[in-house]
Design a binder for this molecule. Structure first.
Ligand code: GLU
Length: 411
């Protein structure tokens, strides 16, 4: 099932649980604005090439729209649409004053040189600069983009609007980025796991973890789990997979990945077929890569008791049903991976205040927001007797619906 159909289905179920007026329900589903631009750039060899860029601005009832920009060959308008909507519910779940947006360019960033990526980012920014802004829509990194991408957007945007550090988050520290932002999604995932396990009387140090994806999110999550005494028994990424039933030495794996750019050839474990990662023996499975990886083909074989969705929409609704019947507890993406956007919010606040927080303050606030959101979701699950996913959707949709009604929407 495609991401948009799945997201809409979850939204409609939450709207029904809340008894939302059907006109309001429809209006909350329709994006505020969908932008599509052609970005034509000269390649380093002088030939011209064109890429399609998108920005979907889903909703701004609770504040400026917020969300990442991804560079990926499979970026398509439907997926960006679903991801923009997920951002609306995500920012509401963690209760930060934003709406939701998402953008992307359909390109393969690893096939472009740094100067080509810079030209592409600048052209994209020129085409959308009057539709984003500090109080309008604030982009951030996502798959295939990073702090350098944000630095180029900041620079290009500032040519039109004057120096505006708060127009993007996830910037380099020297340009107004926040301490702790890079690790934030991974750390948020680990704070979420801590509070979830507490509910079941478990600790991270009692558990075995399998992690799919060893990029920004997966590698930080693995590091923080390892530091807390958790055993990471399997890790995979696009280059391969490694397993060790006694627990992988994560600092050593991080060093190996840094020097070889690959998981292959790591001496501290055995090679594993990356396709088997999701069904590997473990207590907690953390998908940190692409969407739709858990589906009806592999869901029945999952061994984990807990799934923590660090990626966006990694679980297909059909898999969701199979896993729930098996009693697997799923911590949904719109909560589990909201650490990144939460620290983006702290970055934006620091930029507006012109005052930099130390890392301890950032991490302490992140923990507070993650724990509070979990308790809020749990209260919804108890009130409506529903899964954590539906509890999170009900919480987020209700907050956005209330803001929409208070502002008045039918005039
Ligand atoms: N791309 C991240 C996400 O999907 C972060 C977005 C942000 O910081 O605005 O949540």
């Amino acid at each position: 099932m495609n991401a948009l159909v799945a997201t809409n289905r979850n939204f409609r179920q939450a709207a029904r649980i809340l008894g939302l007026d059907s006109k309001l329900e429809t209006s909350l589903l329709i994006p505020f604005r969908e932008i599509k631009v052609e970005c034509t750039i000269p390649k380093d060899d002088g030939t011209l090439v064109s890429y399609v860029g998108f920005r979907v601005q889903h909703d701004n009832a609770r504040g400026p729209m917020k969300g990442g920009i991804r560079y990926h060959p499979e970026v398509d308008p439907d997926e960006v649409n679903a991801l923009a909507q997920l951002m609306t519910w995500k920012t509401a779940v963690v209760d930060i004053p934003y709406g939701g947006a998402k953008g992307g360019i359909g390109c393969s960033p690893t096939d472009l040189t740094t100067s080509e990526l810079e030209r592409l980012t600048r052209v994209f920014t020129q085409k959308i600069h009057d539709l984003i802004g500090i109080h309008r829509d604030v982009p951030a990194p996502d798959m295939g983009t990073n702090s350098q991408t944000m630095a180029w957007i900041l620079d290009e945007y500032s040519k039109f609007h004057g120096h505006s550090p708060a127009v993007v988050t996830g910037k380099p520290i020297d340009l107004g980025g926040s301490l702790g932002r890079e690790a934030a999604t991974g750390l948020g995932v680990v704070f979420a796991i801590e509070v979830l396990l507490e509910e079941y009387g478990n600790l991270i140090s009692d558990m075995k973890f399998a992690i799919q994806g060893f990029g920004n999110v997966g590698s930080w999550a693995a590091k923080f789990i390892h530091e807390r005494g958790g055993k990471v028994v399997a890790v995979s990424d696009v280059t391969g997979a490694v397993e060790n039933p006694n627990g992988i030495d994560i600092p050593a794996l991080l060093k190996h990945k840094e020097s070889t750019q690959s998981l292959k050839g790591f001496q501290g474990g055995d090679a594993l077929d990356p396709n088997d990662l999701l069904v590997h023996e473990c207590d907690v499975l953390i998908p940190c890569a692409l969407g739709g990886v858990l589906n009806k083909e592999n869901a029945a074989d999952v061994k984990a008791k807990f799934i923590v969705e660090a990626a966006n929409h990694p679980t297909d609704p059909e898999a969701d049903e199979i896993l729930s019947k098996k009693g697997v507890v799923i911590l949904p993406d719109i909560y589990a991976n909201c650490g990144g956007v939460t620290v983006s919010y702290f970055e934006w606040v620091q930029n507006i205040q012109g005052f930099m927080w130390d890392e301890e303050r950032v991490n302490c606030e992140l923990k507070r927001y993650m724990r509070k959101a979990f308790l809020d979701i749990k209260a919804m699950c108890q009130a409506y007797d529903c899964s954590l996913r539906m509890g999170a959707f009900v919480l987020g949709v209700n907050r956005v619906a209330r803001a929409t009604l208070m502002r008045g929407w039918e005039a």
